[in-house]
Design a protein. Structure first.
Length: 594
């Protein structure tokens, strides 16, 4: 507080709202609670950021002419590709690596593989919300850079693991320090608007698909059981090389981020330079753990700004009051986690009915996806009859095939398909295809199976059947993930809470990814003792979970969740007749049409 009678608006240190306000102007309020308003042109209420024109304000701007911020998309793609290559490099050799640990019994390899993978996701569950919240406070760029360098260090350590508990601890540490996926999604949401967000978000799974090719290739080809330079000598660290390669590409990613990634958080303009912010970050962590809820440089910035605005006539006695008010404003209570340009948004306004169902089904989606990804290498490498006895090279090849399918489908098919179906329908289709692919996987043949129709060999038919099932699963994962990211972005009231909301989504995602590997590995260990077709137990359980998620996804029926091209082609709100009931509830809450 700089002088008597003049108060600093609450939340001045937080990101400004990018949506219109309806408190005192003759403008109709948004029909749907907790989402950007839909303009008469069918565009959303997001201010795309400085890189993308707003499509909810000035009518002189045609939302269809919003150009894609190509340079920033390329940098975000490099970040995502480096991380996905590194993270996907582990799965081809993890079962074999686990079998070499002295604590592991041969009959329980699946359980321990799941435990190692779950430790990473469980750690992410504990910290993903924190990283999203932190990125709302100090900016996206320093959070991405910190996560990248610490993840690179963890990969280097993982290559030297010789025991089960070393592997679990390193993977848990890697999960604790890596929250970049949610932050990248937040950046995409901030540099785009509803007129071009579909084009931008479509390419994120393409990058994941490329990482699904390069990662398994690195993990499958760079493992050397013998010393690479001394033939006949056993390699003491056979899994070091793929991890060293992953660490190197993450360091390259860090350099690209530092030089070329622009900060997408609007309030970053008011923050100190990045170099000083990174230095202050460690001091802030100390303050946070000691009970202070906000970095010193942010508190002092608010104080300096208030003095500058008054331009004289400032009492020295007001300095202490200003700091106290600033500290009090920074305290986060449960209903005030989400803030909007000084007006507190309650948790009910952000976590409305549609958002809760969306986040719940996203948890199921990620549980299904990671369970599939964890179960497949175990299933493929296990001995017959429960498994299919594929080598690490063959597993890596099959996963690379899935990555190629991802790219082809995403670039050539998905965009047009989503324009016809919309975000909600493609998301539902993704969950349903997960169910189908999991139900089919146990019925894939064996290397020595009788060839179908007497044509070819059992191995050829194994690869045909396996390729088809992986194709269905990949389409489910790609289509569902893209639509889920768009739905989550469009469910945010404004960009001031987008990082926090994405952090919450990634926290729930991590919960599913923590439970998935552990449950799938444990179920498969049990399945090895069930005959015949014991493998159907594990696949069937997770197929049933995906089916329940598909049923629940029909509860997502609010307006404002679709992208601009679908709204324009099909008409806003045409898809769901049940929206009338939803809007009636909003009228009762005082946010309906005037």
């Amino acid at each position: 507080m700089a002088s008597k009678g003049l108060q600093m608006p609450p939340g001045m240190d937080r990101r400004k709202s990018s949506t219109a306000h309806y408190s005192s102007f003759a403008v109709p309020p948004p029909r749907n609670r907790g989402r950007p308003p839909i303009s008469p042109t069918g565009s959303g209420g997001f201010d795309g950021s400085t890189n993308a024109p707003s499509n909810g304000g000035d009518g002189d701007h045609d939302p269809h002419n919003s150009p894609l911020p190509t340079k920033q998309l390329v940098i975000l793609a490099i970040i995502a590709l480096a991380e996905q290559t590194a993270l996907n490099s582990i799965s081809p050799y993890l079962p074999e690596m686990t079998s070499t640990f002295p604590e592991v019994d041969v009959g329980q390899i699946g359980l321990y593989v799941g435990t190692i993978a779950s430790s990473f996701a469980l750690a992410q569950f504990a910290t993903n919300f924190f990283w999203g919240w932190l990125s709302d406070r100090i900016g996206r760029k320093p959070v991405v850079m910190l996560g990248t360098i610490l993840t690179a260090a963890c990969f280097l350590g993982f290559g030297f693991c010789r025991t089960l508990w070393q592997a679990i601890m390193v993977q848990a540490l890697m999960g604790l320090v890596n929250g970049n996926q949610g932050v990248i999604s937040t950046c995409l949401g901030e540099i785009t608007d509803r007129s071009n967000q579909s084009k931008a978000f479509v390419y994120l799974p393409v990058i994941y698909g490329i990482g699904g090719i390069t990662g398994p290739a690195v993990g499958g080809l760079l493992v050397f059981q013998e010393h690479p330079f001394r033939k006949g000598v056993k390699n003491p660290y056979p899994y070091l090389l793929p991890n060293l390669f992953s660490a190197v590409i993450l360091v390259i990613d860090l350099v690209c981020t530092g030089f070329w990634l622009e900060e997408s958080l609007e309030e970053a303009k008011e923050l100190p330079p990045l170099k000083k912010r990174v230095g202050n970050l460690f001091s802030w962590i100390w303050q946070f753990t000691g009970g202070s809820h906000r970095p010193t440089y942010l508190r002092s910035r608010g104080h300096r700004d208030s003095r500058h605005r008054v331009d004289g006539g400032v009492d020295g006695s007001d300095d202490e009051t200003s700091d106290q008010d600033s500290e009090r404003q920074s305290l986060l209570s449960i209903p005030e986690i989400f803030t909007n340009n000084g007006n507190h948004l309650s948790s009910k306004e952000v976590l409305n009915r549609d958002t809760i169902i969306l986040l719940s089904t996203y948890l199921v989606f990620q549980l299904s996806n990671i369970s599939y990804n964890s179960l497949y290498p175990i299933f493929a490498s296990s001995p017959m009859p429960t498994g299919r006895e594929l080598s690490p090279e063959e597993i890596g090849l099959s996963l690379s095939f899935a990555g190629i399918v991802t790219i082809v489908f995403q670039v050539g098919i998905f965009g047009k398909l989503k324009e016809k179906m919309g975000n909600k329908r493609t998301y539902r289709a993704g969950l349903f295809l997960f169910f189908i692919s999991m139900m089919m996987m146990p019925w894939v043949g064996y290397n020595d199976s009788r060839p179908l129709f007497g044509l070819g060999t059992g191995k050829i038919w194994l690869w045909i059947e396996l390729g088809f099932v992986l194709l269905v699963k990949t389409v489910a994962a790609v289509g569902g993930l893209t639509s889920a990211l768009l739905l989550i972005t469009n469910s945010a009231p404004n960009h001031s809470v987008l990082g926090t909301l994405n952090g919450l989504a990634q926290t729930l995602s991590a919960a599913g990814r923590a439970a998935g590997p552990f449950l799938s590995g444990g179920l498969f260990s049990i399945a090895t003792r069930v005959h015949p077709k014991g493998e159907a137990l594990a696949w069937g359980v997770f197929g049933g979970i995906a089916f329940l998620g598909w049923l629940a996804s029909f509860g997502i029926r609010g307006e404002g969740l679709e992208s601009a091209e679908f709204d324009e082609e099909n008409g806003s709100g045409e898809e769901d007749d049940d929206d009338d009931e939803y809007n009636d509830d909003e009228d009762d809450a005082g946010v309906g049409r005037r």
